[in-house]
Design a protein around this ligand. Structure first.
Ligand SMILES: Cc1ncc(C[n+]2csc(CCOP(=O)(O)OP(=O)(O)O)c2C)c(N)n1
Ligand SMILES: [Mg+2]
Length: 295
C-alpha cells in the first residue's frame, strides 16, 4: 500500500496514530491509543463495529500500526478466540490478542460471545470502551447507559440502572478484571500490561466519555472522568482471582450534581437549576458504590 501523506513523521512507537477521524476530545480514541501503546508491537487488535472501527480504519489512512481485524458488531470476542486458537494450532506466538468493543457491543449484542470466550478460557484480553450509548449510530441507549441519561431512544431520561459488567466478567471465574478511565494514563496502561502478563481471559472496562453523546465540551473529557470517579459513580478497582483489590479511594467526595451539570444528557434533571428527584436517585447509586467498594 502506498504510504499516505498523513503517515509522514509518525514515530514507530505510536501504534494508534493520527489518521483517525474521531471527534475532538473523544475518550475512546485516547483510550485506544493508550491501550495499543501499553500493549506494544507484538499485538493483534480484534475490533467490533462501532465508532472506534469507523473512525480508525478508513482506507488509505488507518490509525493502527499493529494488525487490526474488524469483526461484526457482535463477535469481536469470538473472532479473537479464533485468532488465539489458530496461533496455538500453528505453534506460533506468543502474541497479545486484544478484543475491543464499545458498550453496546460488550453489554448487549456481543455479550454471549464474550461470555463464551471467558468460559472457554482463551488467552485474550477484552477491552470495553464504555461511552454509555450506541454512539456510532446516533446515541441510542445501551444497557450501560446510566440511570437518568437522555439518549435518542430515552428522550425523557433512561429508567434503568447500568449493567455491572466488571462483576459479571469476574463471576465467570476469570483471573483478572479491572476498571479504568482516560484521565489516569499511567493507571490504565499499567492495568493493560498487568492483564496481558496473565494467562487466560482478562477484562478491562474503560470509561470513555463522548463529547457528542454526553453533551460536554471536548476539552472537559478528562475532568468528566475525574468527576465520575470522585462522585463514586465509576469505581476504580481490580478483581484478581475473584477478589476485589487495589480500590482507588476518593480523595474528596463530590456530590453527583457536579458530574451531572457539566453534561447536556442530564440537563433535563435540573428545572430552573433545581435538581429533580432523579438526582437523588443517582446520588443513591453513587452512595451504594461508595459503600460496596469502600471508596
Ligand atoms: C447486527 C448489527 N446490528 C446493528 C448494527 C448497527 N450498529 C453499528 S455500530 C452500532 C452501535 C455501536 O455502539 P457501541 O458498541 O456502544 O460503540 P460506540 O459506537 O458507542 O463506540 C450499531 C447499532 C450492526 N452493525 N450490526
Ligand atoms: Mg458506545
Amino acid at each position: 500500500m502506498e504510504k499516505s501523506k498523513y503517515l509522514e513523521g509518525v514515530e514507530k512507537k505510536d501504534l494508534f496514530a493520527h489518521g483517525h477521524r474521531a471527534c475532538g476530545g473523544c475518550g475512546q480514541a485516547l483510550a485506544a491509543r493508550l491501550v495499543a501503546d501499553a500493549a506494544g508491537e507484538n499485538t493483534i487488535a480484534c475490533v467490533a463495529t462501532g465508532c472506534l472501527e469507523v473512525f480508525s480504519s478508513p482506507y488509505p489512512d488507518p490509525a493502527w500500526r499493529i494488525p487490526f481485524l474488524h469483526s461484526l458488531f457482535e463477535n469481536a470476542a469470538a473472532v479473537a478466540s479464533g485468532v488465539e486458537a489458530a496461533y496455538k494450532a500453528l505453534g506460533k506466538g506468543p502474541v497479545n490478542i486484544i478484543a475491543q468493543g464499545g458498550d453496546g457491543s460488550t453489554a448487549d449484542i456481543g455479550f454471549q460471545s464474550i461470555s463464551g470466550m471467558f468460559e472457554r478460557g482463551h488467552n485474550v484480553l477484552y477491552v470495553c470502551y464504555d461511552n454509555e450509548a450506541y454512539m456510532n449510530t446516533g446515541v441510542q441507549r445501551s444497557s450501560f447507559t446510566p440511570y437518568g441519561a437522555r439518549t435518542t431512544t430515552t428522550p425523557m431520561g433512561n429508567r434503568t440502572r447500568k449493567k455491572n459488567m466488571p462483576m459479571i466478567a469476574a463471576d465467570h471465574g476469570i483471573p483478572y478484571v479491572a476498571t479504568a478511565t482516560v484521565d489516569d494514563f499511567r493507571d490504565l496502561q499499567k492495568k493493560v500490561q498487568k492483564a496481558l502478563a496473565i494467562e487466560g481471559p482478562k477484562y478491562v472496562h474503560i470509561l470513555a466519555p463522548c463529547p457528542l453523546g454526553w453533551g460536554h465540551h471536548g476539552e472537559l473529557t478528562v475532568e468528566v472522568c475525574r468527576l465520575a470517579k470522585d462522585t463514586g459513580l465509576f469505581p476504580i478497582y481490580e478483581i484478581v482471582d475473584g477478589k476485589i483489590t487495589n480500590v482507588r479511594k476518593i480523595p474528596v467526595k463530590v456530590p453527583v450534581e457536579e458530574y451531572l451539570k457539566v453534561q447536556g444528557r442530564f440537563k433535563h434533571l435540573f428545572k430552573r437549576g433545581v435538581p429533580s428527584e432523579e438526582v437523588a436517585e443517582i446520588q443513591e447509586i453513587a452512595n451504594q458504590n461508595i459503600e460496596r467498594f469502600n471508596l
